[in-house]
Design a protein around this ligand. Structure first.
Ligand code: T5A
Ligand code: NA
Length: 191
């Protein structure tokens, strides 16, 4: 029987090295385990909704905060079925930003965090979250990154990203290798 794929997520502030580590872990999983592995990113700028988001991000066009939040969220909802198909068919996905970015960036504008999160409720849940953090000082400042509730999750790993690419990816690979088999036994979760 084909085992399901894992949903691995990278989160963290701008420029902390998420995309670099997404690529690295994708290669590690493909090479060390010879398993189908795909990287995804949000926003997915290739869809019609993603194109609106791309225009917003490139030109900082004016948009109502909640309207923008709903577009980022819709951009995840439109990927829901394909995410579940990948996981159920045994493909691991390594994802660059997801709901936690969505909640954090909108809540930082003063919008109620529960409202922000409610738009994400029902989406597939990541099995493990690597939260890349630049320094303990920054990490403290970001204590409310999307709300403390996330950091209580057992699968939330805070990684010191203020090191070389290799040092960071070695730690991530070790954690991944350690957790892989037990995570695979769990059913796919829902936010
Ligand atoms: N957003 C997103 C929302 O508001 N709501 C949402 O729901 C979502 C999903 C675009 C914006 O959208 C917002 C958040 C963002 O503001 P994005 O496209 O993911 O989101 O942002 P990007 O600009 O693509 O990515 P980031 O700026 O966040 O950068 P990364 O991916 O964290 O960093 P990376 O890997 O590209 O590295 C940056 C540079 O550092 C170097 C790399 O080579 C690169 O030059 N680097 C290192 N240098 C030294 N040491 C290391 N360890 C290094 N690792 C990487
Ligand atoms: Na990036």
């Amino acid at each position: 029987m084909t085992k399901r794929g894992l949903f691995i997520l990278f989160e963290g502030a701008d420029r902390v090295g998420k995309s670099t580590q997404v690529q690295s872990l994708t290669n590690h999983i493909s090479n060390s385990r010879n398993l189908p592995t795909k990287s995804l990113r949000f926003p997915d700028r290739t869809t019609p909704i993603g194109q609106i988001l791309n225009q917003y991000l490139q030109n900082s066009t004016n948009m109502d905060d909640r309207a923008l939040h709903l577009l980022f969220s819709s951009n995840r909802w439109e990927a829901k079925d394909s995410i579940l198909e990948l996981l159920n068919s045994g493909t691991n996905i390594v994802v660059d930003r997801y709901s936690y970015s969505g909640v954090a960036y909108t809540a930082a504008k003063g919008i109620d965090v529960d409202w922000c999160y409610s738009c994400e409720s029902g989406l597939p849940e990541p099995d493990i979250v690597f939260y890349l953090s630049m320094s303990t000082e920054d990490a403290t400042k970001r204590g409310d990154y999307g709300g403390e509730r996330y950091e209580k999750r057992p699968s939330w790993k805070v990684i010191n990203a203020n090191r070389t690419v290799e040092e960071v990816s070695n730690e991530i690979n070790q954690i991944f290798d350690f957790e892989f088999e037990s995570l695979q036994k769990k059913p796919i979760g829902t936010l």
